[in-house]
Design a protein around this ligand. Structure first.
Ligand code: G3P
Length: 218
């Protein structure tokens, strides 16, 4: 499963890309707004930091506007993936953009039925939102499992990108469910590396070594 960062904050992308575990980045209009920068500028910069797929979302809600925006976003860099919402006009835009060779991420997916439509429209990936389903007392991870299974049974090439990940257990569960990609905030990637036994173990290794050196020198 590939790991993506879900952020438009360039400083944290730079810092975490250095770990060598990131395959891409996703953004959405809320995240770009939080960065306080224009979408074109921020996406351009991210594409120069991370060579993998970088999702940038259209703002228009009618097909022609989405298609025009999508074409413009795709021109920013070869690794831009155009994100469109899972609404009828988004499916229409996805079909057109995909037929032109643009990779499309169909976002705001909350059901296996919606995911089937995204695959039929030629999406490069579909983004089921786990946390937002959990928020309304539904089982977000079950939706990911259902989509993975439907795509496997039907032989769809569309990737499953687990989104709206809120904690590190979501990442483990998405991997077990067979998601192709998990996108997460920087906070969750930092949670993944942490384990108290790793920290305690390292502290003890270093303390033991220091002690043996001090004893040898005494
Ligand atoms: O980028 C889409 C998604 O990951 C948003 O997550 O936490 O705002 O539901 P969240």
């Amino acid at each position: 499963m590939d790991l993506y960062l879900d952020t438009a904050e360039v400083s944290e992308i730079r810092e975490l890309a250095a770990w060598g575990v990131l395959s891409g980045v996703t953004t959405n209009p809320s995240l770009v707004a939080k960065s306080g920068r224009s979408q074109a500028e921020v996406i351009q910069e991210i594409t120069s930091i991370v060579p993998g797929p970088i999702s940038a979302e259209v703002l228009s809600t009618e097909p022609q506007g989405m298609i025009a925006e999508g074409r413009k976003l795709a021109k920013i860099a070869d690794n831009v993936v155009v994100k469109v919402p899972l609404i009828p006009s988004g499916l229409e835009a996805c079909s057109v953009l995909a037929s032109e060779g643009v990779n499309v991420n169909v976002t705001l997916c909350f059901s296996a039925n919606q995911a089937i439509l995204a695959a039929q429209a030629g999406a490069w990936c579909v983004s089921p939102f786990i946390g937002r389903l959990d928020d309304i007392n539904e089982d977000g991870m079950q939706t990911v499992r259902d989509i993975v299974e439907v795509y496997r049974v039907q032989g769809y090439a569309t990737r499953v990108l687990a989104a709206s990940i809120r904690h590190s257990n979501h990442v483990t569960q998405a991997a077990l469910a067979g998601a192709d990609i998990a996108t997460m905030p920087a906070k969750v990637l930092r949670m993944m590396v942490k384990h108290p036994l790793t920290e305690q173990g390292l502290e003890k290794f270093l303390a033991d070594y220091r002690k043996s050196q001090e004893e040898a020198e005494a």
